[in-house]
Design a protein around this ligand. Structure first.
Ligand code: HEM
Length: 465
């Protein structure tokens, strides 16, 4: 743990390999694809954009989007019931797709300042001069990002002349989506600038893009300023960095709700205190001030992140010869460990060190002998216990830690609370009569991708009210 702290806190000696992330600079330089002084310029402007006003917007939009989704589920449920003549009103839902859509739609408003509805609205036609609506351009850009990042420009031009099956279509789709999203975003930058200059208030005032534009206009010297293309490049990487990480963790969390009904019951108890039964998710009264009233829901989400961190390893390039502190562990009975001798490891410049987040999260020295168990309460402090902050690295640590941590926690807690308020989350029918271990293994199955990808996040939803 000491070595990890040394690595994450020193961004001069231990550097992110910016070259790997350079393809992300599609619209211009941004916080993810830069390092050192260049990165600092982006981070200084970006940090204040993740303000409390932005968190309040995230909460309000999450409530709106969840209500839209619940209406969709009601329609699906009615259709299924009449088609099958079934008495059961349960609905089986695969969670990765809706969670991906929900987190994208939240970022559309709280990131870009563009409110979009759950459905592809047929009356929502592309703006003059565009082939795609803002919503379609955003979704197509995210879905085709690899086809925009990886092929060199000459190959993209070549694809429009010589058709390579499948590949040409995806590359051209990606090009169109990115071009159109870029144009939409430039319009949003201009309109945000106009609203700041004219002191106009607008619905999108707390959106990240608006905040970046405003911070960029403050008279604090040019060195801090980002160009328009850098503003939109940053807003786009917020969308990329934020939606899959959150969507996949939420999908695991929802499977865990079904697997651990007692923990789900505690969330329901907590939620009922702030949103009485029958109330539409918090009614019109719910706001970001509800967040601190949901400590167990937050602990539940953190425990999900401990067991399923979306980013499992972080590599860093070592730029100077350095000594790192280390400690041997003595293995005890039944997987327990005790601290052993401390020593130092010499790490020469030119090495790569890899922070193993998952191993840290599964170390019994910090989390106890029940480290494998799902126990949200381990994230709740008491008079005699403080959960080990330095042993939890899902959002990384130090200066390059996740800038969107509070954004992610705000949307995720609101999503879990509103879901549990409306539905009882249950094991799907095909696993209902299997032993617990088999259910757990099936529902929490994953495959490696850019993040941990849940492969079987199906649950049954039963309306409570
Ligand atoms: C559960 C959700 C999330 C998790 C687990 C997560 C995790 C992480 C981790 C581990 C890093 C460090 C990556 C590295 O050093 O290579 C990171 C960086 C970052 N995250 Fe997140 N993230 C989440 C959600 C979000 C959201 C919602 C946003 C934006 C709205 C966001 C924006 C970013 C950005 C811009 C960086 C780069 C920061 C920098 O280099 O200064 N993340 N995130």
């Amino acid at each position: 743990m000491e070595a990890i702290k040394a690595v994450t806190s020193d961004r001069i000696v231990f550097r992110k390999d910016a070259v790997t992330y350079e393809p992300l600079n599609i619209y211009g330089k941004n916080i993810v694809g830069t390092d050192q002084g260049e990165w600092k310029r982006h981070r200084t402007v970006a940090a204040p954009a993740f303000s409390e006003a932005n968190n309040a917007l995230v909460w309000a939009e999450t409530i709106r989007i969840m209500s839209d989704w619940f209406n969709q589920l009601d329609t699906a449920q009615r259709a299924e019931k009449s088609a099958s003549n079934s008495l059961s009103s349960d609905l089986t839902v695969e969670m990765v797709a809706p969670m991906t859509q929900i987190t994208l739609l939240i970022t559309s408003v709280a990131g870009f300042g563009r409110q979009v509805s759950w459905d592809d609205d047929s009356s929502d036609v592309p703006a003059p001069g565009y082939a795609l609506t803002f919503r379609s351009a955003m979704i197509a850009a995210v879905e085709n990002v690899m086809f925009r990042m990886l092929p060199p420009d000459w190959f993209t031009s070549f694809s429009s002349v010589v058709k390579v099956p499948y590949l040409s279509a995806r590359i051209l789709q990606a090009r169109q989506a990115f071009d159109e999203l870029g144009s939409y975003m430039l319009e949003l930058v201009s309109s945000a600038r106009a609203s700041v200059t004219e002191g106009r208030s607008s619905a999108s005032r707390a959106a990240l893009l608006h905040n970046l534009v405003e911070a960029n206009m403050s008279p604090e010297g040019d060195s801090k300023c980002l160009s328009d293309s850098e503003v939109l490049s940053n807003t786009f990487v917020f969308l990329l960095a934020g939606h899959e990480t959150s969507a996949h963790t939420l999908s695991f969390a929802i499977s865990l709700l079904a697997l651990y009904p007692e923990a789900q019951g505690k969330i329901y108890e907590e939620v009922r205190k702030i949103w009485p039964e029958g109330d539409t998710i918090g009614g019109s009264t719910s706001s970001y001030k509800d967040f601190p009233q949901l400590p167990y829901t937050l602990a539940f989400f953190r425990e999900t992140l401990r067991l399923f961190p979306p980013v499992i390893r972080l590599p860093r390039d070592v730029h100077t010869d350095v000594m790192l502190p280390a400690q041997r562990l003595n293995a005890g009975a039944k997987g327990s460990v005790t601290p052993g001798e401390s020593f130092s490891v010499a790490v020469p410049a030119g090495s790569i060190v890899v922070i193993d987040i998952w191993a840290l999260h599964m170390n019994p020295l910090y989390w106890g002998d029940d480290v494998e168990d799902f126990k949200p309460a381990r994230f709740i402090d008491s008079d005699t216990y403080r959960w080990p902050r330095d042993a939890f690295l899902a959002f990384s640590g130090g200066p390059r830690s996740c800038i969107g941590q509070r954004f992610a926690l705000t949307e995720s807690i609101c999503i879990l609370a509103s879901l549990v308020h409306r539905y009882e989350v249950l094991i799907p029918e095909n696993l209902m009569h299997k032993p617990f271990e088999e259910q757990r293994e099936a529902m929490l199955n994953w495959t490696p991708g850019l993040t941990l990808v849940p492969t079987n996040a199906n649950v049954r939803l039963r309306r409570r009210t």
